[in-house]
Design a protein around this ligand. Structure first.
Ligand code: ADP
Ligand code: MG
Length: 705
């Protein structure tokens, strides 16, 4: 590693790409547009394909679809102009095979090159053509007669294309960067024992293998990203992200937070409730309570299945803030859900003399000014709302606890934006940071939680309130749709309500809305005695909400809906749900939808209508739904079937920004990542620091942490 005069070592990886010969400002700009600006960025720009030019395959042995290198002499050349210009070059070799090279774009000079008898070497994927196999637009070169052109020694990497830089230049640049790869001693950050323990190659070896795989490399493994060299890179990257989250967590813990330790109000709330808390609710509240009693900010994720009663835990937590004379905020992702929280909280808290304010997008003008004033003065003790809570201009008097519901709907940044509302007032460096409670009904399997939420403590409300009968789930082929009409008639005659969910028959909102519309018309006709309502994503927000409200109030018997009803709406009297095209939905979504029923005491059922034939995956999903109502079990199964990338909604967690790692592929590395992370933090924190700097670097994902 080069050493500066002052004795500070400089990591070579931070050297700008412009130190390479031939990289001027224009090329640098194009690379920068793709996030490539240092040598290290080039090292980590991995090939997406490999071309094997280490051997020449006899033409007779070519197989359609298998890319190869061949060499032969030009037999015949034909130019065509019939529909568009075309050049066909027939080539044959000693194996007595003939192959056609076909070009649609070519220059005159190229045509001149292909004289009969000339030797060409080319690479490409043969496909069946009019006269045997042909390769369209092969990469090729004409060989000097007599001279023996050397074969490649390693597989040729093919890099993701970068606009304005040809593949050959890109390969050259990356090659030059690799030539400057430091020796192992200065490049390696993982201690030897660790590497040996997990049987990992060194970083240098891994990079060289991936970029210049030896002839005998396991290409199949390389192409699927499961080669030990790639695993090594992925592991270090995951480790870096894990360490950065841990570090952030430690930094977060260093902030001061208000100590909230007066339980009286929360106790009074609990006593007033018409029900007793479940064991799980008590346990989670106790965890929150002990977090809040400490002078450092809590950052806790509460996972709890739909209907497990997260709201009341949130309300009791808020009472700890209010009892200390401070404020709590509760933010929900949709107006309907926020409104439901508002009603619940007002019902529970106003009898205790706690003032609850409401802030959503539609609160405007004078009303808004009044709410803002109450929030700023501290008159409002609990503030419930939507994203509107995070907007500029919303200033709290003394926010001690920020609660975010259904957090998977919000980005990490939004979550932090609400937290930052607490720091505004003080103005000095040692700002007091509010506690954060994050709630989700989409549980995340443990391994994933470790990766995505290494900066959070996680607790689970893993028990439903008593008296709920588990939802009976059946899967029926769509042909049996007519029977369901009778079933709805019967349920509604007994005073119950039902959902009919129209789902993805197409990706467009419009088509789904139309399907919902026609289902609505059809069911209205068949069930004239029922009050049928319709909600879909193309309706105005106000219409959607008034229909939902009517359903909630019992003024609608049957609600035909698209998946817009997915999030947290509580209608205990609804006991029947029919989901059309259930085979198209993921497990998490099916589970969320089903959670809309089974909220009251009546036995509820869910019918999953599917179109045959079912794919293997779809069959497994429906089976899982029939077998269990447990969100945690379903989440594990979902991970198994789908892979974590989708599960997490990578965009929201910021986990999508990996260069090498792919959570879907590398999830099994996560337990190792965690163990190595613990060891490093304990034994060599300075190495941990450098690993984070290498991979996560200055581009801190959570700038405000
Ligand atoms: P979720 O966890 O899905 O947000 P909610 O907080 O909306 O669930 O609670 C679902 C319903 O269960 C609400 O009507 C709530 O009042 C009720 N509930 C919550 N806790 C209990 C309990 N311990 N016993 C009985 N009902 C409860
Ligand atoms: Mg909820």
């Amino acid at each position: 590693m080069p050493t500066r005069k002052d004795g500070v070592t400089v990591d070579l990886h931070t050297q700008p790409i412009t130190c390479l010969p031939g990289v001027g400002p224009r090329v640098a700009e194009k690379l920068a547009a793709r996030g490539l600006s240092t040598l290290q960025d080039l090292w980590l720009q991995l090939p997406r394909q490999y071309e094997d030019r280490t051997a020449i395959v006899p033409i007779r042995l070519l197989q359609p679809g298998v890319a190869v290198q061949v060499e032969g002499r030009v037999e015949a050349v034909e130019r065509g102009f019939r529909y568009r210009p075309m050049l066909r070059v027939a080539v044959s070799d000693d194996s007595h095979g003939t192959l056609v090279l076909r070009f649609f774009h070519f220059r005159a000079a190229q045509v001149a090159q292909f004289r009969p008898g000339v030797r060409v070497r080319c690479y490409g994927t043969p496909r069946p053509g009019q006269h045997g196999l042909e390769i369209v637009h092969p990469s090729y070169r004409v060989l000097d007669d007599g001279a023996d052109a050397a074969l490649g020694e390693s597989l040729d990497p093919v890099y993701p294309a970068i606009e304005g830089i040809g593949p050959a230049s890109l390969r050259r640049l990356i090659g030059l960067a690799l030539d400057r790869l430091p020796d192992e001693a200065s490049l390696e950050l993982l201690p030897r024992e660790l590497r040996d323990g997990f049987q990992l190659p060194s970083l240098r070896e891994a990079l060289l293998t991936v970029h210049r795989p030896p002839q005998d490399a396991d290409v199949a493994a390389l192409l699927t990203g499961r080669h030990p060299a790639q695993r090594r890179l992925a592991l270090e990257e995951l480790l870096a992200h894990h360490l950065s989250l841990r570090r952030q967590r430690i930094a977060q813990q260093a902030h001061a937070a208000p100590v909230l330790e007066k339980p009286a109000l929360a106790k009074r709330l609990e006593k007033n409730l018409p029900f007793a808390l479940t064991g799980a609710q008590q346990r989670v509240f106790a965890q929150v309570r002990s977090d809040l009693a400490r002078p450092h900010p809590m950052l806790r994720l509460v996972q709890g299945d739909v209907g497990s009663g997260k709201t009341v835990v949130a309300a009791m937590s808020a009472m700890l803030a209010v009892a200390s004379g401070q404020q709590a905020a509760l933010m929900a992702p949709t107006e309907l859900l926020a409104e439901q929280h508002l009603n619940n909280l007002r019902g529970w808290l106003e009898p205790l003399g706690v003032r609850v304010a409401w802030l959503a997008g539609k609160v405007t003008g004078k009303a808004r000014a009044k709410v803002l004033e109450e929030v700023a003065s501290g008159h409002a003790q609990v503030v419930v709302g939507t994203h509107a809570l995070m907007q500029e201009g919303v200033a709290f008097h003394d926010l001690a606890l920020a609660i975010v519901d259904e957090q998977h709907r919000f980005g990490v940044h939004q979550r932090l934006a609400l937290r930052d509302k607490g720091t505004g007032g003080s103005g000095n460096g040692d700002a007091i940071v509010p506690h954060q409670l994050v709630m989700t009904a989409t549980p995340i399997p443990r391994t994933l939680a470790m990766a995505a939420y290494a900066d959070l403590d996680v607790s689970a409300i893993d028990e439903l309130p008593p008296g709920r009968t588990p939802v009976q789930t059946v899967a029926l082929s769509a042909e049996r749709r007519p029977e369901l009409v009778e079933r709805i008639r019967k349920a509604c005659a007994e005073g119950r309500q039902a959902y009919w969910v129209c789902t993805l028959i197409d990706d467009s909102d419009e088509v789904i809305a139309q399907a919902a519309q026609s289902t609505f018309e059809d069911l209205s006709k068949r069930l004239p005695e029922l009050r049928v309502g319709l909600v879909h994503g193309r309706m105005k927000a106000a219409d959607k909400q008034s229909t939902m409200r009517a359903f909630k109030d019992g003024a609608i018997d049957l609600l035909v809906a698209t998946t817009v009803i997915e999030v947290g709406v509580d209608v205990p009297n609804a006991s029947l749900m029919i989901i059309e095209n259930a085979e198209r939905l993921g497990l998490a979504q099916l589970h969320q939808l089903r959670g809309r029923v089974g909220r009251g005491s009546a036995a509820s059922s869910c019918v999953l209508l599917y179109q045959s034939p079912l794919s293997q995956m779809a069959r497994q999903r429906l089976e899982t739904m029939r077998e269990t109502n447990d969100g945690f079990v379903i989440a594990e199964k979902d991970l198994e079937l789908r892979g974590p990338g989708e599960l997490l909604g990578t965009r929201q967690t910021g986990l999508a920004s990996f260069r090498v790692a792919d959570l879907a592929r590398d999830a099994d590395l996560l337990p190792q990542v965690q163990r190595i992370g613990e060891q490093l933090l304990e034994q060599s924190p300075e190495l941990a620091e450098r690993i984070v700097a290498r991979w996560v670097g200055g581009a801190m994902r959570y700038a405000s942490a």
